[in-house]
Design a protein around this ligand. Structure first.
Ligand code: ADP
Ligand code: MG
Length: 324
């Protein structure tokens, strides 16, 4: 690392402003103005080398870009508009200047993709592995944020994009098998569904929402608990990419990756059935597939149904950092 302060100065020079950021990098605090009638949204994520990523698999450019996307995805899940990102960085000696430059390039590419500005952070030498602690802030009109808790029995359950691609990519790479560029892109370059989240919140279409980071099964469980409802999900309606379907045709058990595999970063939301036509129009406008995969129910619990109406149980569970 070429010196903490010259590194910070480089970040400061490249950081673009934002109308709401009244004070950026360089002082003890940043200062942000939230538009009248809006509230501030904040979310934090830790990304640790050898826990969340491996540097022998991921190049620093993709890593930084993905770190931005994963955090912006939490803003998308509330229907927020992005404001600022803060980067806590622990850099080990083994992470060379060339790697740090690639990281910074990927960071600014991600920031530009979502029009979010770098407003501050902290930089340290790490004794053990690369550490990223990222905080994002955004805003939404008071009354428009969509939490996990607003789902009602009888509502439809929708998901954006396709499921399982990232997990399938990871599984194939771990097994040293080839992987299509489309699947690789889903794993290494996920896109936060920011425009979709905003539209769902601002047009009053979603009643409860979250982003899929740990897999549909686990994340839907969070929405159900928060909303105090159950759900029935039709397995044959899960949106799957053509690459995923091709693998599934040979290995039917891969369906569990669409149910339990993590890192899709799609949005899962509930909506009143009267909004179906609006959601189909929104899907065309984005353009991004939106698929109704089931319904919320008054009965508690999560049931997966196969095409013939029989129940299905996935074998793998969601990822839990504190599980034994
Ligand atoms: P302090 O001693 O108060 O922690 P620093 O010298 O660490 O201050 O930081 C100076 C400025 O640089 C602050 O505005 C801080 O937010 C910013 N900064 C430090 N590290 C980073 C980073 N990794 N990314 C973005 N901004 C950073
Ligand atoms: Mg500091």
């Amino acid at each position: 690392m070429a010196g903490e302060f010259s590194f910070i100065e480089k970040l400061r020079q490249r950081a673009e402003g934002h109308a709401s950021l009244t004070l950026g990098i360089g002082d003890d605090c940043s200062a942000l103005q939230v538009p009248d009638g809006h509230e501030l949204l904040t979310s934090t994520d830790l990304l640790l080398e050898n826990v969340h990523f491996r540097l022998d698999w991921t190049n620093p450019h993709d890593l930084a870009h993905k770190a931005v996307s994963v955090n912006v995805s939490d803003l998308a899940a509330m229907g927020g508009r992005p404001l600022a990102l803060y980067l806590g960085l622990g850099v080990p000696r083994s992470f060379g200047a060339g790697q740090l430059d690639l990281f910074v390039d990927g960071l600014f590419e991600g920031l530009a993709d979502y029009a979010i500005c770098l407003a501050g952070g902290d930089t340290c030498r790490s004794a053990n592995g690369l550490v990223l602690a990222i905080t994002v802030q955004g805003h939404c009109r008071i009354g428009q944020r969509v939490t996990r808790a607003g789902g009602l029995a009888g509502e439809d359950l929708w998901v954006s994009g396709t499921l399982g691609d990232s997990a399938l990519c990871l599984r194939r790479l771990l097994a040293r098998q080839s992987c299509s560029t489309a699947l690789m892109a889903r794993h290494f370059r996920p896109r936060a569904r920011l425009a979709l989240g905003q539209a769902l919140a601002e047009e009053g279409l979603a009643t409860a929402m979250l982003d899929l980071s740990d897999g549909l099964d686990g994340d839907l469980g969070h929405l159900l608990r928060a909303s105090g409802v159950g759900a029935r999900v039709n397995i044959n309606q899960l949106p799957l990419s053509s690459d995923f379907r091709a693998h599934l045709a040979r290995q039917p058990e891969l369906i569990d990756l669409a149910l339990c595999g993590g890192e899709d970063y799609e949005l899962l939301f509930s909506a009143n059935p009267q909004k179906r036509a609006d959601l189909e129009r929104l899907s065309q406008r984005m353009p991004l597939p939106l698929t109704c995969i089931g319904q919320l129910s008054a009965a508690s619990g999560l049931q997966y149904l196969q095409a013939d109406g029989s129940a299905y149980r996935p074998t793998a569970g969601a990822f839990d950092h504190f599980a034994d």
